[in-house]
Design a protein around this ligand. Structure first.
Ligand code: OAD
Length: 232
C-alpha cells in the first residue's frame, strides 16, 4: 500500500500515553499540575532552579514505572525489518523508543536521562536525581541542567531532520497535536512526491496538511500500519 524507500517518522506524547505517561495538552491545560512556563523555560530555571530540578527528577523517576507499548515495539520492528532508510524523530524526552529497540532515533527535544553542563555544554548520561550541587565530570565542576529543550530554545538535530524530510518518500506523524513548531511544520518540509500520513487519537491542528489522517489509539494504528508496510 505504501511504497517507500526512505521513511521519516515523527512521534509525540500520544505514542507514550498508553504506557502511562501523560500528554502535555490534557483537558485541564496543566502539565503534571504545573503551567509550562513554571517548569519548561530558561527563565523558570533561572528563577526557581529547585522547582525545575524537582520537576524533572520526578519525570525521570517515573520512567522506571513504565514500559514501551505495542506502538513503540512496532516502530522498532519496522526499523529492523524494513529494507530502506528509516529515521525516527521523537519530541518525547522519555526513553521508550530506545528501550523498545529503535536505534536510528533523534530526540529533538532532549532526553530525561541526560544532563548538560552549563559551562562546557558536555552532554552526559544522567540516570539519577539532579540538583544545584550536581557537577559535570567532563570539565570537572560545571553545574548541570536537564538535557531538555525548553520553550524559547532551539530544538536539536534540525539539520539532519530537514535533510531526511527533503529526501523521504513517506512521512508519518504519530501522537502529536501539531501545537509546537518546528515539528508541526515538518509535514510541509517533505520533498516533492512524498506521501504523508497522520496517526493520532483525534485530528491534529495540522491534519489538513497530510494526505491521509487516521484517528485511533497508537497501539492499534501503529502495529497495523507497520504490518501493512512490511507485508505478509
Ligand atoms: P501533546 O500533548 O500536545 O499532544 C499529544 C497528542 O497525542 C494529542 O493530539 C492527542 O490527541 C494524542 N493522543 C493522546 N493519546 C493518544 C493515543 N493513545 N494514541 C494516539 N494519539 C494519542 O504532545 P506533543 O504534540 O508531543 O515540548 O507536544 C509537543 C511538545 O510540546 C512536546 O515535545 C513538549 C511540549 O511542550 C517540549 O518539551 C520542548
Amino acid at each position: 500500500m505504501y511504497r517507500a524507500a526512505r521513511i521519516v517518522i515523527l512521534t509525540g506524547a500520544g505514542i507514550s500515553a498508553e504506557s502511562g505517561l501523560r500528554t502535555f495538552r490534557g483537558a485541564d491545560g496543566l502539565w503534571e499540575n504545573h503551567r509550562v512556563q513554571e517548569v519548561a523555560t530558561p527563565e523558570a530555571f533561572h528563577q526557581d532552579p529547585e522547582l525545575v530540578y524537582r520537576f524533572y527528577n520526578e519525570r525521570r523517576r517515573s520512567l522506571a514505572t513504565v514500559q514501551p507499548n505495542a506502538a513503540h515495539l512496532a516502530l522498532a520492528r519496522l526499523e529492523h525489518e524494513w529494507g530502506g532508510d528509516l529515521l525516527l524523530v521523537t519530541q518525547n524526552v522519555d526513553d521508550l523508543h530506545g528501550r523498545a529497540g529503535s536505534r536510528n532515533l533523534l530526540h529533538m527535544h532532549g532526553e530525561l536521562l541526560k544532563g548538560r553542563c552549563l559551562d562546557c555544554r558536555a552532554v552526559r548520561a544522567w540516570p539519577g536525581d539532579m540538583d544545584q550541587t550536581s557537577r559535570c565530570l567532563s570539565c570537572g565542576g560545571g553545574p548541570m541542567r536537564p538535557h531538555i529543550v525548553w520553550f524559547g530554545e532551539m530544538p536539536l538535530e534540525t539539520t539532519r531532520i530537514y535533510q531526511a524530510l527533503d529526501r523521504c518518500d513517506l512521512f508519518v506523524a504519530i501522537g502529536t497535536s501539531g501545537h509546537v513548531y518546528p515539528a508541526a511544520g515538518f509535514v510541509e518540509a517533505v520533498g516533492p512526491g512524498a506521501r504523508t500520513l497522520e496517526l493520532n487519537l483525534e485530528p491534529s491542528l495540522v491534519a489538513s496538511a497530510f494526505q491521509r489522517s487516521l484517528t485511533g489509539r497508537a497501539t492499534d494504528l501503529v502495529p497495523t500500519f507497520v504490518n501493512e508496510l512490511l507485508g505478509p
